[in-house]
Design a binder for this molecule. Structure first.
Ligand SMILES: CC(C)(COP(=O)(O)OP(=O)(O)OC[C@H]1O[C@@H](n2cnc3c(N)ncnc32)[C@H](O)[C@@H]1OP(=O)(O)O)[C@@H](O)C(=O)NCCC(=O)NCCS
Length: 160
C-alpha cells in the first residue's frame, strides 16, 4: 500500500497532538504542552509559525512532519527546515517517513527552494540511519538555544 501525504487540517488536531506527545515521550522530553488549541493557533492560524503535513496508509494519519522556511546565506538560497518527523511505532518501515520527506522536498522545489535541513539528536541512531539512507549529509553542527534565564536576561537587556 502506498502512503498518502497532505496538509494537516483542523480535524487532524487531536491526532497530531497525540503524535507530538508520543514523539516527546520517545525523546524523553518533559511532558509536551501541545494541545488542539496550540495546533490550531500555531500550525493553521493566520500567523502560524510552522506548517504541518500528515501521512497515512489508510484513512487515519499515522505520521506527521512539521517544517518552516529556512535560508542559507552562503549559497545564497532558501529551503525548508524539517522541525519534527514522527511515524507511529507500529506503522514504521512502510515508507510513511520517506513519503513525508519526499512530499516536503517537492513542496520546497515548487516554492523555488533548493534543500531541506534538519537536526536530530546524536543518540537517535534510528533517525540518523533513516536520514543517511535517504542521502542526508551530516553537517556536524551543534544545535544550541537560549532558554529560561539566559533568554530572559537577553530579552530584558537593551532597548532594541
Ligand atoms: C524516523 C522515522 C520517522 C522514519 O519513519 P518510517 O516510516 O519508519 O521510515 P520509512 O519506512 O519511510 O523508511 C525510510 C527509509 O529508511 C530506511 N529505514 C527505516 N528505518 C530504518 C532503520 N531503523 N535503519 C536503517 N534504515 C531504516 C527504510 O528502509 C527506507 O529506505 P528505502 O526506501 O531505501 O528502503 C520513524 O522511525 C520515527 O518516527 N521514529 C521515532 C521518531 C524520530 O526519531 N523522529 C525523528 C526525529 S529527528
Amino acid at each position: 500500500m502506498q502512503p498518502w501525504v497532505r496538509d494537516a487540517r483542523p480535524e487532524d488536531a487531536a491526532r497530531v497532538v497525540a503524535m507530538i506527545h508520543a514523539l516527546g515521550k520517545f525523546e524523553r522530553k518533559p511532558p509536551s504542552g501541545a494541545t488542539t488549541a496550540t495546533f490550531l493557533r500555531d500550525y493553521l492560524g493566520a500567523r502560524s509559525w510552522v506548517r504541518c503535513l500528515v501521512a497515512g496508509l489508510e484513512a487515519v494519519p499515522v505520521g506527521f512532519a512539521l517544517y518552516h522556511p529556512a535560508y542559507d546565506t552562503n549559497t545564497p538560497s532558501h529551503g525548508l527546515h524539517l522541525l519534527d518527523l514522527f511515524v507511529e511505532a507500529e506503522m514504521r518501515r512502510r515508507g510513511v517517513g520517506k513519503a513525508l520527506i519526499g512530499a516536503l522536498a517537492r513542496r520546497c522545489a515548487a516554492e523555488g527552494g533548493e534543500w531541506l535541513s534538519l537536526h536530530t539528536r546524536t543518540e537517535n541512531a534510528n533517525a540518523r540511519a533513516v536520514y543517511a539512507r535517504l542521502g542526508a549529509t551530516d553537517l556536524g553542527f551543534r544545535f544550541l538555544s537560549f532558554d529560561d534565564t539566559a533568554f530572559a536576561a537577553l530579552a530584558g537587556s537593551g532597548s532594541v
